[in-house]
Design a protein around this ligand. Structure first.
Ligand SMILES: O=C(O)C(=O)Cc1ccccc1
Length: 306
């Protein structure tokens, strides 16, 4: 059976891969840290790894992009978007006042993934301004830690699946400051994955290094795509880590590598003495479904009393 590495049970990544796979059978192998998720497929222990790479609120997840570029050489095989709906999770009985209502001023610590904490900044400063904040390997790791440490006033920010899996209470639901909070995930692996669901389109991701002392090189690179009417869905500069001020351009094109237009664009860019490293050419799934689920989730949320 296909083995897929993913963050801890009940993480956003876990919800997201369940959504991508639907009923398709596969074995999920869970890890505490994203670096272990990367290494697992790199070492051949799993066939694929699930990596969150971009968030509507924070933008690129830098650590994950860096691992994709510098630490492993595993192709991107699919991308999809999934909403991250965050909740405040803890042992409910620790936060009740005499009237039996929740009193979040009793919270001493809020733990979560470093991408999830800033997403809930307004909620935290309004309801728990004095709580310590602590980062964990995933939202679900935070839930597990809180579960193992009752009586300390600790809480976690995480998913409904995380609260259910680790048997903790949801103290407040949908607490992200912006409700259009989506994360883009990629599935990386050495072979394409056949999925039952139909893709919405194709993407090709590429790293382009510009030659030194070539004024206007980026303009020429972009022109190679533009005059062929190849749409770009993302462009971002990333440090090469070799020298201060040296950058790659990470570019995503809304086209498959099977397109002769795209291969011709890459050949033209290489002729300009740029280096082209293809990170993957893969199907893109279900953006509309993600939007529909956002509509279903609705906008309001907050502290759950009673
Ligand atoms: O920590 C998790 O649950 C993850 O899967 C990483 C993450 C965190 C916040 C938004 C999207 C993904």
């Amino acid at each position: 059976m296909t083995r897929i590495a993913v963050l801890t049970e009940g993480s956003v990544s876990h919800e997201a891969v369940n959504y991508l796979l639907g009923d398709q059978p596969s074995e999920l192998v869970h890890y505490q840290q994203i670096t272990e998720v990367f290494r697992s497929t790199d070492s051949g222990n799993t066939d694929y790894s699930v990596i969150p790479i971009e968030n509507t609120i924070d933008g690129s997840v830098s650590l994950h992009m860096d691992w994709l570029i510098h630490e492993v050489d595993i192709a991107m095989q699919a991308e999809w978007i999934y909403p991250s709906v965050q909740n405040l999770i803890g042992h409910r009985n620790e936060f009740l006042n005499k009237a039996g209502d929740l009193d979040l001023s009793k919270v001493t610590k809020v733990m979560s993934h470093p991408v999830a904490l800033p997403q809930c900044q307004q909620f935290i400063s309004e309801h728990m301004p004095h709580a310590d904040l602590e980062s964990t390997g995933s939202t679900a790791e935070a839930v597990k830690i809180v579960k193992r440490n009752p009586g300390k006033g600790w809480t976690a920010i995480g998913t409904r699946l995380g609260a259910a899996t680790h048997e903790l209470d949801i103290l407040a639901d949908r607490i992200t400051d912006h409700h259009n909070n989506f994360t883009r995930f990629v599935l990386i692996g050495h072979h394409p994955l056949e999925l039952q669901r139909k893709p919405k389109g194709n993407r090709t991701s590429v790293l382009i290094t510009l030659p030194e002392d070539f004024p206007g090189a980026l303009h020429q690179v972009l022109s190679a795509f533009a005059w062929r009417r190849l749409n770009l869905s993302r462009i971002e500069s990333r440090p090469t880590k070799k020298q201060l001020g040296n950058y790659y351009f990470y570019i995503e094109v809304m086209e498959s590598l099977e397109s002769v237009l795209l291969t011709a664009a890459f050949a033209e860019i290489e002729a300009l003495k740029c280096q082209v490293r293809i990170l993957g050419s893969y199907p893109s799934y279900a953006y509309d479904d993600a939007l529909n689920s956002y509509r279903k989730i609705g906008k309001s949320g907050g502290i759950l009393n009673g």
